[in-house]
Design a protein around this ligand. Sequence first.
Ligand code: FES
Ligand code: FES
Length: 178
Amino acid sequence: MSKHAAAAPLVLEVNGTTHALAVPPEASLLTVLRNDLGLNGPKYGCGLGQCGACTVLVDGVAARACVIPVGGVAGRTVTTLEGLGSRERPHPVQQAFVDAQAAQCGYCLNGMIMMAAALLAECPRPSEADVRRALSGNLCRCGTHVEIVDAVLRAAGLLAAAGSETAPASAIPQPAET
Ligand code: FES
Ligand code: FES
């Protein structure tokens, strides 16, 4: 094959939709999500895997999209903030953040919400210490931490109250087996 032959499209499953994209496999997943798929939930913060603003779920596990080459998630399931819920039907974690008014500028919220969703999928009734530990790597420059922790605990309550009606286990992808 000629070295100039076009590369095969990269197949990605994002929020339940399969995409075939002509992107270099070394491009960051964050760049592809935002620039090629128009998904602006994941935010560009540090670009170094250190702030959590770009968090998505890969096979149900929270991951930092800014440092993941898109080729590394081919054939895997990616969920962004847009795939968690909608304006009309927010996910309980999203609803809890609204109820708790857990935002100032809001830039960190994508990461906080995706981390919270991953936490609650594994640990539906976390303690405050569990929440603080899970979110300890997500930075908030506005100092909204108290409201954010409150929102995650509220979300756990909403999920418990909804029980099987909202089927949280199917709404939030489960962690992959390792
Ligand atoms: S933008 Fe990805 S961790 Fe900061
Ligand atoms: S609300 Fe502004 S960075 Fe968290």
